[in-house]
Design a protein around this ligand. Structure first.
Ligand SMILES: Nc1nc2c(ncn2[C@@H]2O[C@H](COP(=O)(O)OP(=O)(O)OP(=O)(O)O)[C@@H](O)[C@H]2O)c(=O)[nH]1
Ligand SMILES: [Mg+2]
Length: 335
């Protein structure tokens, strides 16, 4: 990595990595360009930032040069993206409000949410993106929402345990997805095509999913939760929370982290302490080489070996490029 990067630049870079929307990403890139030290050693990086800025600007221009932003496109950010799908008024926005700082509309009337709103949910030393979605009904799903769902890492089907009929609250979103060629699956691994058969015998596109029940504080919650567990247990896992009392919200965060199936890896400069604040997050099974690519795209070519501190290795052990990383590993990359 180029030397002499200032704290201002590094902060802008962190903002870029944490940005939840294209607009925030663009703003952070412009700050990176403004704060990067201008000398020969950063030429390459400056060019890279300029290219990313122009690509983002082009992406938001319509064919006639008019600004066109797809309000349903939510760029993934952080350690993974979880979209909240459900019928009206079940508590989707309340979950996002209770776990992130996003400004979402929580209301006691249905159809309060009209467009997706992302929020970043802190878990230990990382952030996971939750996306509040408008409601679905048997008759209607907003145009453009399938794209948002298909690109998510996880779909949480939100239901209310205060409702008379939480089972149909699960079935409506599942049927809506199925009629559009998507099936939710309960595998921790990233699912591979093809899975079960859809309409016209086409394979359904599998996405990891679980049932997120709200209103755990309501009187009928116990019975409803039992019914959900009995009906969906072998199909999708059920997690119940109260957005009002906060009950089980911490368990929900831990569950989502586990379900994402990622590892956190800390990079370390030789002779210095590891940066334990801002880990790289990679799919489980990633190697030293994958980490190098995440640090900088030129690094895999230059990488000779790495030293590692973590599970199953002795401190500072030298490992090869194909070594598989564990959660919480500290890596020192040598070029
Ligand atoms: N008691 C209790 N109330 C909750 C809980 N979660 C949500 N609510 C209430 O349920 C109502 C609906 O919550 P929202 O989060 O707006 O529901 P939504 O699913 O986003 O609704 P739409 O955007 O219309 O689809 C609000 O009055 C919330 O305060 C919970 O866990 N317990
Ligand atoms: Mg809402």
């Amino acid at each position: 990595m180029p030397a002499n990067l200032t704290p201002e630049y590094r902060n802008a870079e962190k903002e870029y990595r944490a940005a939840a929307s294209p607009a925030e990403k663009l703003a952070a890139l412009e700050r990176m360009l403004a704060t990067i030290p201008k000398h020969k050693g950063t030429d390459h990086l400056q060019g890279d930032i300029k290219r990313r800025i122009s690509r983002m600007k082009n992406a938001s221009q319509g064919p006639a040069g008019t600004r066109h932003l797809d309000i349903f496109a939510v760029e993934s950010s952080g350690a993974g993206q979880v979209v909240l799908l459900g019928t009206p008024n079940v508590g989707k926005s309340a979950v996002v409000a209770a776990t992130t700082k996003a400004k979402v509309q929580v209301a006691d009337y249905p159809f309060a949410t009209a467009v997706p709103v992302p929020g970043m949910m802190p878990f230990e030393d990382i952030k996971i993106q939750l996306v509040d979605l408008p409601p679905v009904t048997p008759e209607h799903m907003p145009a453009g929402m399938m794209g948002t769902i298909r690109s998510a890492d996880i779909v949480a089907v939100v239901v209310s345990l205060a409702d008379d009929d939480p089972l149909s609250q699960v079935q409506i979103p599942l049927d809506t997805l199925k009629s559009r060629g998507v099936k939710l699956v309960n595998t921790p691994e990233v699912p591979e095509m093809p899975a079960a058969q859809g309409p016209d015998d086409k394979p359904l596109f599998p996405i990891r999913g679980f049932i997120l029940a709200t209103h755990l504080d309501s009187p009928p919650a116990g019975d409803n939760l039992q019914a959900l567990n009995e009906l969906y247990d072998d199909q999708l896992q059920v997690r119940a929370v109260s957005c009002t009392t906060g009950e089980n919200l911490d368990q929900l965060k831990a569950f989502i982290f586990e379900f994402l199936d990622v590892v956190r890896v800390y990079s370390k400069v030789p002779g210095k302490k590891a940066d334990k604040k801002d880990p790289f997050v990679l799919p489980r099974g990633s190697t030293v080489l994958d980490l190098a690519g995440a640090v900088h795209r030129d690094l895999p070519d230059q990488l000779r070996y790495a030293r590692i501190w973590g599970a199953g290795t002795y401190p500072g052990q030298t490992v090869q490029r194909q070594h598989v990383l564990s959660d919480a590993d500290i890596l020192e990359l040598h070029t």
